[in-house]
Design a protein around this ligand. Structure first.
Ligand SMILES: Nc1ncnc2c1ncn2[C@@H]1O[C@H](COP(=O)(O)OP(=O)(O)O)[C@@H](O)[C@H]1O
Ligand SMILES: [Mg+2]
Length: 300
């Protein structure tokens, strides 16, 4: 089972929208797919037509209660081939409850072992923080997709996230996490800023940026209120085409794995051409999060 975390500690950059629609596109490609809602806000649960308030069992139970295996919290969705491990506000207590548990970073990895034969791919919608839930997702993931909203602060926090993924890979065994790609979201071809940021991201991060971008379109924002992915809500929309194209791009990347330069190498090669402001922004991300520090200390 391939496990893909959709992560970025910034809120509102398109994580949930991407998680729901990437999962739907995988299901449409015939893959047995599960989407796991790891955000206590329960937006992907809601966006797939389930009311978080009325759920009896959620991912919270599977993470905090050894008696409740993951398969018991998984429910179906209106889309064939797409199941959901839902969440609701209860999940906000999980980080605290797990804090003193031995192996607290591996709880999700352990749970995945129970379903790895049942699904081809699991998409994890992460919360907007680098806390224990995101850490569990990253440790349990084979790949990470980072949605990046193309606005003035696009680079903010990115380095922190990429560094966290590297540190996790070095410190938690077995853990195979790799950044699959940066996904540019809210793209607007008409605005200069959007075009400039897109160009800067490609210069700085090279192949790490997916060729497919997600444009800002109102249909993508409307779909969740119908409790559907964009593929059934507006099958002929630009958003539907773009998320389908993205999954095709991912599947193609899988089939023809080419050596990708690390972020540092890419940065070194193209750094000089990159606008000073952008580099300064990235450089200013040197401060480590409490989480990254915690991981480092744990290994000392
Ligand atoms: N490409 C897009 N075009 C227009 N609106 C979008 C797009 N992607 C997301 N949105 C909307 O923007 C808001 C934030 O997106 P969301 O996916 O919830 O971000 P996150 O999960 O990172 O907080 C939501 O209201 C969502 O419907
Ligand atoms: Mg979200």
């Amino acid at each position: 089972m391939r496990t893909i975390a959709i992560a970025n500690q910034k809120g509102g950059c398109g994580k949930t929208t991407s998680a729901v629609n990437i999962a739907a596109a995988y299901a449409r490609h015939g893959r047995r797919t599960m989407i796991m809602d790891l955000d206590p806000q329960g937006h992907s649960t809601l966006g797939l037509g389930h009311n978080p308030e009325t759920l009896d069992k959620t991912i919270y139970h599977a993470l905090t209660n050894a008696q409740i295996p993951l398969p018991r919290v998984i429910i179906g969705t209106s889309m064939e081939g797409l199941d959901l491990a839902p969440s609701n506000i209860l999940l906000s207590g999980a980080e605290l409850e797990l804090a003193n548990v031995t192996g607290r970073e591996f709880v999700l990895s352990e749970q995945f072992r129970l379903v790895s034969d049942q699904y081809d791919v699991c998409i994890m919608d992460c919360p907007p923080s680098l806390g224990l839930l995101t850490l569990n997702a990253l440790v349990a993931s084979t790949d990470v997709i980072v949605p990046v909203q193309v606005n003035y602060f696009a680079m903010e926090g990115l380095r922190q996230l990429l560094e966290t993924a590297d540190i996790i890979k070095m410190n938690f065994q077995p853990c195979y996490v790799k950044i699959l790609g940066l996904l540019l979201t809210f793209v607007e071809d008409r605005t200069l800023l959007s075009r400039q940021i897109q160009q800067q991201m490609r210069e700085y991060f090279g192949d790490l940026v997916f060729e497919t971008v997600i444009h800002r379109t109102v249909r993508l924002a409307e779909a969740p209120s119908a409790g559907e992915s964009i593929l059934t809500f507006a099958p002929n929309s630009k958003g539907a085409a773009e998320y389908m194209a993205l999954v095709e791009e991912i599947i193609t990347r899988e089939e023809e794995p080419k050596e990708k330069p690390s972020v540092e190498e890419t940065a070194g090669e193209t750094g000089e051409e990159t606008g000073e402001e952008t580099l300064a922004e990235v450089e200013s991300q040197d401060q480590l999060t409490p989480l990254t520090e915690e991981i480092r200390n744990a290994k000392k």
